[in-house]
Design a protein around this ligand. Sequence first.
Ligand code: RNT
Ligand code: ZN
Length: 418
Amino acid sequence: MNASSYSLAQETYAAYGVETEAALQKLAEVPLSLHCWQGDDVGGFENPEAGLTGGGIQATGNYPGKARTLEELRQDLAKAYSLIPGKHRLNLHACYADFSGKKVERNALEPAHFQSWIDWGKSQVRGIDFNPTFFSHPLANDGWTLSHTDAGVRGFWIEHGIACRKIGAEIGRQFGTPTVTNVWIPDGSKDTPVDRKGPRERLEASLDALFQEKLDAGLHLDAVESKLFGIGSESYVVGSHEFYLGYATREQKLYCLDAGHFHPTESLADKISSVLQFVPEILLHVSRGVRWDSDHVVLLDDPTKAIMEELVRGDFLSRTHLGLDYFDASINRVAAWVIGSRSALKALLLAFLEPTAQLRELENAGDATSRLALLEESKALPFGAVWEEHLRRQNVPSSKDWIGEVKVYEKKFLSQRA
Ligand code: RNT
Ligand code: ZN
């Protein structure tokens, strides 16, 4: 791909009324929040031997090279960022605290435990997002946290949530961009419960307590994430779509839509305009569901393209926080970050390159035939040349070259980790 392929593409798009330069400018401005947990299979470093336990989520595979320490995870993340065009964000979980030898319980976590991430992040990312960790912990092992029947257990997790909001706000202050702190809990049951109401009432009360303190929206934003089912919570999930949509609407919190958390035939893209009619902003966990699993590497597939099209067509990007959420331990983990990020960005570029104005005119004129024809024909426009130009301008390796860099990195570092 060379500069002249780009100029040809530019001309072709111009004939459809699309300015590739404007598309490239917009693309460079959109941050993705990269999920740190892809680098170590959601293990965290509180208890590295134990790794991910409970929570109804699982990273399968044993590809060599998983990060075993904070330093290794940061090194791997830096490698991934260097191969992804644009400047992005980092998404941290509370179980990635830096204790510097003095471990504290999760309800006693403080901003200081994340200061080394903030310091490191200053040269790498635009900002950091955060998540309390309601799994991989003895008080979560029975599958219940904020909706637990035991008030003591609920209290512990409420305190953890409060601690995490304070950490989020301090991170936001130091970066000058708000941290989105996302609450996701695993609570639910394997078999049909008799009482579906009680746990939801307790969850509502726990969330009210957790969110009691008002935080400056310039520093910190709260999000709540729903789910349809998990491993071991097949029959009932307390924090369902209806539950959190209601809660987020009433409290005017961000609602987190995870692409793997709905029935396989439901479209996440279709939910965006409805949800944003009633909540101020959304968080997206861009992911890929495959049968029971919701956590495969993001691809340039139809559901991902539909999400990005919707964000651009509806002018929703300024009210949307884009995060990735998947964990694949069966392939090179740095490559997993890069593939998912590049795919999400390609989908976004495609959306910016859509001849939307023309499509809208046809739609408004009631010409569904021409709308369908143009939608189909625009799929074959030379988008690849524009993407390559983006990679070139952002100083990252081309589509064909980046994997070679990952292989070198794997040989030099990942394969040395026993
Ligand atoms: C789980 C949720 C949640 C987690 C992360 C690790 O089903 O998607 O977002 O993946 O908190
Ligand atoms: Zn998620």
